[in-house]
Write a protein that binds this ligand. Structure first.
Ligand SMILES: [Zn+2]
Length: 213
C-alpha cells in the first residue's frame, strides 16, 4: 500500500490517498480541498497514477475535514463513510464556513455510517474502523493491521492531542480513546497518520507525548 499526503485548506489539514500499488485501488481520507488549485492537485495525482478511488472516508465531521465532500463525491462517485454521531456537526459546519469565509457547497449525505469494526477492503487489504471519541463524538481511526498503520484523524498528533473544547468534545473520553482503545489494538510499531502535522508512531507517543504522562 502507498500513502500520498496533501495538506489542504487554511487549517493545514492532512488528506491522504491510501492505495494499492498493484491494483491501483484506493481510498481518499478527508478530501477537504478548498481552492481549485488543491482540487486540481488531487485529481492530477489520481489520474497520473491511474488510481481507482473506492471510498471517501471522513475521520470526523469538523469543517476542515468535510468541506471537500461534494468535490470528492462529484469526482469519484463512490460512498462517503462517516460515523453518524458527527452528523450534527455538518449543520454547524455550514455556519463555520461562513464565519471563516470558506467555500462549503451543500454536502452530500453520508452513505455508510461507520460503526466499531466496520471493515472495507482494498484489493485484499483489510481496513478496520475503531470508534475513538473525544475530539468529537463520532471521531474514528482507520487501521490497517497488515501494514501496521493507523489513520487517526484529530485524536492524537505528534507530541500533542486533538482539542476537546469544541462541540461534543471531552478530554477524559479522548485520553480513554487513545490509551484504552487505539493503543490497546495498535502496538508500539504502528505508524500514526494524523489529521494535522507530521506522522508519528505509537512508541514515540507513549514515551514523549506530554498529554499521556
Ligand atoms: Zn477536528
Amino acid at each position: 500500500m502507498e500513502i500520498k499526503q496533501f495538506v489542504l485548506n487554511p487549517f493545514s489539514m492532512n488528506c491522504y490517498i491510501y492505495f494499492d500499488e498493484n491494483s491501483k485501488e484506493g481510498i481518499i481520507i478527508d478530501p477537504a480541498a478548498d481552492s481549485e488549485k488543491e482540487k486540481e492537485q488531487i485529481l492530477e495525482f489520481i489520474k497520473k497514477n491511474n488510481i481507482k478511488i473506492k471510498f471517501i472516508v471522513n475521520t470526523h465531521g469538523h469543517i476542515d475535514h468535510i468541506l471537500g465532500n461534494k468535490f470528492a463525491k462529484d469526482s469519484f462517485k463512490v460512498p462517503i463513510l462517516m460515523n453518524g454521531k458527527d452528523e450534527f456537526l455538518i449543520s454547524a459546519a455550514k455556519e463555520q464556513s461562513r464565519f471563516f469565509g470558506l467555500n462549503f457547497p451543500e454536502p452530500p449525505p453520508i452513505d455508510t455510517y461507520i460503526q466499531n469494526n466496520t471493515k472495507i477492503t482494498i484489493n485484499g487489504t483489510e481496513l478496520i474502523f475503531l470508534n475513538t471519541p473525544g475530539h468529537s463524538p463520532g471521531s474514528v481511526c482507520m487501521i490497517d493491521h497488515q501494514n501496521k498503520i493507523a489513520f487517526c484523524g484529530d485524536l492524537i498528533f505528534k507530541n500533542s492531542v486533538g482539542r476537546t473544547d469544541l462541540q461534543g468534545g471531552d478530554f477524559v473520553t479522548l485520553l480513554d480513546s487513545i490509551k484504552n482503545k487505539l493503543f490497546q489494538i495498535c502496538g508500539d510499531d504502528y505508524a500514526l497518520y494524523p489529521g494535522h502535522m507530521e506522522k508519528t508512531n505509537v512508541k514515540d507517543e507513549k514515551e514523549l507525548n506530554p498529554f499521556l504522562k
